[in-house]
Design a protein around this ligand. Structure first.
Ligand code: BEZ
Length: 217
């Protein structure tokens, strides 16, 4: 039940990413100074030394080069101590050879998780859900995913969505269902009758009708 005490702040798409200072596995950071001029994928996991989280964190680590190529920094978070984080990073490295080479926030006082709506008490009161925030170089939130504790995320989709956001910005286009790099993109629909007639007469683009037209980049 929602009471004034348990109302949580839920950042929304288009909001400025809430600023914070935190202790991480790579030292203390102030978010507004982190990853200047870069995109950030900021994600939470429920707990260190748990199976689904280990697969997800390993997924981020193994595909870090793809995030680097998209000018994107990774940063993780859970409500665990820095000692637990260090132990888990070392344990996974020793067991599997995968190294979590990005900062992981130790959010023991839950202050960051609360700012980002990562604590959803009807799912878990003391663990963050599996959230992913896509934050652009102006520190605006552009896309949000929330997954429950018992379902792991999809790394292909995280990378696809990140690339889609960047392509949409760069080319001022929209991306259709299941779009992936190399596919045609959607040309913004006309806004006036004149533009509509021009679109209808334009044979250089693939059209279903004036409001649904695609082109290659
Ligand atoms: C897991 O990562 O396996 C997990 C963590 C918290 C609750 C349930 C599953």
């Amino acid at each position: 039940m929602e009471t004034s005490e348990n109302v949580i702040s839920m950042p929304r798409i288009g909001d400025d990413a809430p600023d914070f200072e935190a202790v991480t596995t790579k030292g203390r950071i102030k978010f507004s100074d982190f990853a200047k001029d870069k995109w950030v994928v900021f994600f939470s996991h429920p707990a260190d030394f748990t199976p689904v989280c280990t697969t997800e964190m390993s997924g981020f680590a193994q595909r870090k080069a793809e995030f680097d190529a998209l000018n994107t920094e990774l940063i993780g978070l859970s409500i665990d101590s820095i000692h637990a984080h260090l132990g888990w990073v070392n344990n996974v490295r020793n067991n599997t050879g995968v190294y979590f080479d990005f900062p992981i926030i130790a959010d023991l006082d839950m202050s960051v998780s609360k700012k980002y709506g990562m604590l959803q008490p009807n799912e878990a009161e003391t663990a963050a859900v599996r959230a992913v925030f896509f934050i652009d170089p102006k520190k605006k939130i552009r896309l949000i995913m929330y997954y429950p504790l018992n379902v792991g995320r999809n790394m292909d989709e995280i990378l696809r969505a990140l690339e889609a956001l960047q392509v949409a910005d760069e080319h001022k286009v929209a991306l259709p269902l299941d779009w992936k790099k190399g596919d045609k993109v959607i040309v913004p629909p006309p806004k006036t009758l004149e533009e509509m007639d021009a679109r209808l007469a334009d044979d250089s683009i693939e059209k279903v009708d004036f409001y649904l037209a695609k082109k290659s980049l």
